[in-house]
Design a protein around this ligand. Sequence first.
Ligand code: FES
Length: 105
Amino acid sequence: MTKKWIDVAASEDCSDGAGIEVIADSEIIAVFRLNGDLFAIDGVCAHQGGPVAQGRVEHGCVTCPWHGWQYEIPTGIQTINRKPLQKTFPVREREDRIEVQVEID
Ligand code: FES
């Protein structure tokens, strides 16, 4: 496995308190900006595959739009069972672009 930074979006595409869905290699990833900081978690809900990036963002959590499972954005922890069901990814900003780090075979 090799780790690689992938350019996924322009910085301006991800506004504060919201998420965007991006694709990095073969991963669908939800990128959020909270108080200026970026976070990236698996964009496919662990419940039944809902689009996590389209969920409502409140108090550092996102609510999946399909059935309401909630995840802490910085950790991917599901708020009811406290398990880290959504994988997290390193994310950074360089020269007004957002990059996510994924593992490539
Ligand atoms: S698919 Fe996300 S809560 Fe059901």
